[in-house]
Design a protein around this ligand. Sequence first.
Ligand code: ZN
Length: 239
Amino acid sequence: MKSAPSPKTILAVGAHPDDIDIGCSGSISKWIKKGAKAYYLVLTDGSKGSEDPKISHQKLTKLRHAEQKKSANLIGVSRVFFLDFVDGELENTLKLRQKIVKIIRKIKPTTVICFDPTLVYDGQRQFINHPDHRVCGQATLDAVFPYARNIRSFPELLTEGLEPHSVQEVLLINFQKQNFYVDITSNMDLKMAAIGCHQSQFPQMEKFQQRIKAFAQTYGIKAKPKAKYAEGFFKITLR
Ligand SMILES: [Zn+2]
């Protein structure tokens, strides 16, 4: 049996407010209860997350920030960082990587959680992955290696006192392939409450929560030992 790691410091990176809560808040809350410190980093402003033409971008962003802060608070997250790139327009630029590196060097995470950028679509579950999710995954992986650990990258950060930092492990959220599962049975209620904070995103909240629970059950079957509910990741341990 593979024992669950107990990361000391976690940085979870999402493209939109709600991504992290859906993808990995069960594991994060579990590790916080074991003494870990966790941080959320949200790359975009979430300003495309509504079909209501009457709500302004600014109002929507403000609402989504508030929803994200509320859920992070429930999970026990120490701080949420918002980079506020425009939703739907995220590109893997040097500027984006530098901003992610800056936060990595600031909080020095042992564990970074982000999307697997290789997931373009899922034939089994019939969905196309959001382009921001793919960019978020790629830019975060790039930031972890080589930029965050390389002293010659972004020398302006050194002058700010932000020394190179080597992340120990990366957990990728990929709905198709996993090599690592975390039993979140006792944290499922908390995860559901965190998702429940994102009212603006899920008008049929209960239905969505049931879908997430069903996913967690399928991961639970694959977990060793089996669990009622689990989150699944592809784990990369770095040297
Ligand atoms: Zn998203």
